[in-house]
Unconditional design. Sequence first.
Length: 210
Amino acid sequence: MRLPHVYPILDTATLARRGASPLLAAEAFLEAGAGILQLRHKEHYTRELFETARAISVLCHNAQVPFVINDRADIARLLDAGLHLGQDDLPPAEVRRIIGNEAMLGFSTHNAAQLEAAATEPANYLALGPVYSTASKENPDAVVGIENLERWRPLCFKPLVAIGGITRENAEAVFNAGADSVAVISDLYPPECSKQNLRARMEEWLKLRH
C-alpha cells in the first residue's frame, strides 16, 4: 500500500484544548485535500463521541479517504474503519480476527527491536517514534532521533510513518531519513482553530512535498 505523505491525527485532547471539535477539524482537513484521517481518543468512548466518529467516517467514505480509529478494534469494526494499534494493545494477529483481513491496520513501534519484530505482523504499515520530543503523549517513549530513523529504516519493508514532534520546519529531514509518511498532531492545530485556519494549515502541510 502507499500512504499519503501527511497523516493527520484528530487528537481529541489537543482539539479540546484549542476549543474545536474533531468533526470540524475533519471537515477542514478533508476540504484541504487530506488523504487519510485518524481519530485518536485515549479516554472512554461516550455515545456522543461515537456519533462524532460515525459522522467523520461518513465524511471520509464520501471523500474516498481512509478513516482510522486509534486503539479500539470494536469501534473500528462498528464503523468499518481502519485501526491503529500501540505496543500495549492487542497483538495485530489477534486483532485481525475482529476487524478482518481487508481493513487497514497500523502498528506503532519505538525502537529497533520492536520495528524488526513488527515487520512480520499482519499490519499494512508501521509507525516509529517519537522522532522528536512531543507534548501530545503522556509518558512518551524515548526519542528516536533522525539518525536512528535512518539507521533502522532497512529493518522494515512496509510503509513507515514517522511520528512525534514533527513540524513543517523539520518534516523534510524526516522524509530524507526514510519515512514514507509523517503523522502530525500539534503542528496541525493553530492557536485559533477556526475551520478556515485548520484548512489553511492542512494546505500548508500538503504543499511540503510538491
